[in-house]
Structure formats: C-alpha cells, structure tokens
Design a protein around this ligand. Sequence first.
Ligand code: ADP
Ligand code: GN1
Ligand code: MG
Length: 352
Amino acid sequence: MDIKSIIAQFATEGELLSVKPFGSGHINRTYFADCGEKQYVIQQINSGVFKDVDALMKNVFAVTEYLNRSGSRTLTFIRSTDGADYVTAPDGNYYRAYEFVPGSVSYDAADTPELFKKSGAAFGRFQQQLGAFPAETLTETIPHFHDSSWRYTNEFVPALAKADAARKTACGDEISFVKQHCDLFSVLTPYVNSGRIPQRVTHNDTKLNNVLFDSLTDECLCVIDLDTIMPGLALFDFGDSIRFGASTAAEDETDLSKVALNLDYFRAYAEGFLSEAGATLTADERRFLPHGALQMTMECGMRFLTDYLLGDHYFAIACPAHNLDRARNQFALLSDMLRKQNEMQQIIDSIK
Ligand code: ADP
Ligand code: GN1
Ligand code: MG
C-alpha cells in the first residue's frame, strides 16, 4: 500500500511534504516523514519477526509511557486517528508512527571512544530507568531471544537438516566453528539458575545505531528500537554493544584481517555503562561482562549463519551472501575476543 495513505491514518500534525526510506536497521522498514512543523518516523513492523504485533505495541506504549512519567527522555508514539496503537493496511502489513527526535542522529560506528562511552552510559542509564518496571506485564516479543543454547538446538541444528545443499557446502567451515564454540552458551547456566545473575528488564538489542545523539553536541538523547524490551541479562545488553561498537570493522566487513576487538573502545564503553548501572550489578554480573560480549558475538554469528542456511528470511540483506559475510565477520571477531579475554577482564577489574 502507498506509504502516504498509511501516514494519513495516523494522528500526526501538519501536512505531509515528503517521505523517504530511512535508517539502517535489519528488521523493520523505516521511513522519515516531513510534515513541516513536525517530523515523524513511520515503520512497517516486521511481523515475520514479531508474531504478536498487538502485544508488541502494548509493550512499547507501556514502556514509553512509564519512562515519560518518570521524566526520562524517550520516543513518543502516535496513535491512529481512531485511537489504535498501530495501523493495519489492506495488504495485511502493520505500521506504527512516532515523533522524529528533532536534531537527532544515529551512528553505525563511533568515530571516537568518547562517543562510544556515551552510548554505554545511555544503555546503563536505560537499564536503571527500567529497574522498577513491572516485568511481569511485558509480553516476551521474541521467545528465547538470547537463549543461545535454545537457538543452537532448536534453530541452528534443524537448519543444517533443512538447508539448501549448495549453501551448506559454502559454509562448512563456519558450521564447524559453531559446533566447536557452542559450549560458550552454557557457561552462565548455573549462575542464572541460582539467581546469582538475575533477570532484569533489559533492552536486548543494544547496537550503537539504537541510540540517538544530538547532531550538534553528540550528547545522547534517548535509546530507541524498543521492540525487544523483555526480561533478560544486563551482561547481554553490555555484550551486544561491544559486539557491534567495539569491533574495528563494520558488522559485514568481508576483509577479515580488519576485524578485531578494540580494547580502548571496550574500556570506554565499560566505563560509561558501569558509571550508570555499576552500582546495581551483582559481583557475578560484573565478572561475566566480558563473557557477555563473547556470547552475544557467537550467538549473533550463529543467527546470521542460520538465516543464510535457511534462505535469508529474517535479517534484511543487500546481497546474496550478506548473512554468510556477517557470520564470518562475527566469528573472526569472536576469535579475537577469545585472544583478548584476560585483557577484557583486567579492564573490568580496573574500573571502580
Ligand atoms: P530496526 O528494528 O529495523 O533496527 P529501528 O527502530 O532501530 O528499526 O530503526 C531503524 C533506524 O532508523 C535506527 O537505527 C535509526 O538509525 C533510525 N531511527 C529510528 N527512529 C528514529 C528517530 N526517532 N529519530 C532519528 N532516527 C531514528
Ligand atoms: C537486529 O533491529 P536491529 O537491526 O537493531 C536484530 C538483533 C541483532 C542485529 C544484528 C529484533 O537488530 O538481535 O543483534 O540485528 N534484532 C532483532 O545486527 O532480531
Ligand atoms: Mg535498530
């Protein structure tokens, strides 16, 4: 359906002047709509990924209204002209709208460790702001999202059986890599089961481009992409940020000699994150922060590989081997992280 007639169904202000595709997320289809005095973000929600759009939007409204009430800056979602949380188009696609944050920018890479440190503080603060949010009122929008062992058994292994033969042959080395490293997925199990690493309300998708910065001052304005806010582990929020933002290369860089963990960026992020969330972390959460980075990198690589094996139905791709390129990249990053595990630990221990 025509995006302009979708926008007309939301209670936006002003007259639509222009609309264009926007952002670099892998999941939803995002548009920027200029309505003169106000600008909006319109998103086609990926309902293949989010099976219960109704519950997803209830979560998003509940979290943003909660943050607003407590004075924390967050996204402002706009209801449809007839008061619904989202719009269903005649073709069955779902759309939502929220205000574009004026003067904001998001980054796919941090030019300086200082900028990356600010994103660490933003995600640490976000976790604090949701510390008292009633977790039981949230629907799990993607069940088992960071249950890496579950993903291994229930997604990766079945994908090996179902995969197209040519694709499977193309990634034999990567399949072996996953099998060799899947023991990383069970390291935390006893700590989680005993409560020494507690479940908290977490963001679960803490990529650098899920934070908005002020385009003039580079101060963090707010955390976005609120679709995966669910009970989860603090050290996975930490780890996923490191996976994406402390790599020396983009997530889909194919020259693997460029892919490494930048320890200066690791330190910067850890300082930012711990300055806001450090006081509430248990000793075990803190100790396993580097493991969070290892596990999120390994899990993400396995997810990319699974999607490649199954024909690219989950992540948006720009070329046929995109998911395989991303998987190889994540495994190269993981290999470097394993080499630098002691240094990561020393950095965490040195931050008071
Ligand atoms: P996805 O799930 O596809 O990652 P996001 O909600 O993260 O969707 O949106 C995709 C991208 O659009 C973000 O990474 C960011 O670059 C941009 N973006 C989204 N919302 C805003 C906003 N309110 N203001 C500025 N940029 C935004
Ligand atoms: C997706 O939506 P986006 O692009 O911010 C994915 C994350 C992955 C990431 C890899 C809902 O994040 O889990 O880590 O791609 N989001 C979802 O870049 O699956
Ligand atoms: Mg995103």
